[in-house]
Design a protein around this ligand. Structure first.
Ligand code: SF4
Length: 111
């Protein structure tokens, strides 16, 4: 059973967190997500974290280096309590730049 503890700030996902590919089963769209899990009472830091960013600096407006309290919880995994953060899977640069197959002139897809 999942539960959320009283916390005053979210833990930072560490560099060694397990990354799981998951799919939302709620509707037919099937959006992809990344779920990160790591042992309780451990976390990353501003200079060593899952995304390899310097989190002590202001991040760009559309950075992937953030998550909200609603995206975090504590759950049981293999009988042990772990932190879990579930984030939308980001399209890679290659996916964003692929040519639109419907266009003869090869114009890129607008994402
Ligand atoms: S996250 Fe995606 S798959 Fe899940 S309910 Fe929303 S649109 Fe449907």
């Amino acid at each position: 059973m999942a539960y959320k503890r009283n916390i005053d700030r979210l833990p930072i996902i560490p560099a060694g967190a397990k990354e799981h590919n998951v799919t939302c089963h709620y509707c037919i769209v099937g959006c992809g997500y990344k779920a990160y899990t790591w042992p309780l009472k451990t976390q990353g830091s501003t200079d060593s974290n899952w995304i390899g960013e310097d989190l002590s600096k202001q991040q760009a407006a559309e950075t992937a280096a953030w998550y909200a309290p609603s995206m975090y919880n504590v759950v049981k995994q293999n009988g042990k309590d772990v932190h879990v953060v579930i984030k939308p899977d980001e399209p890679s640069g290659e996916f964003r730049a692929r040519p639109d197959p419907r266009r003869a002139d090869g114009e890129k897809l607008a994402v």
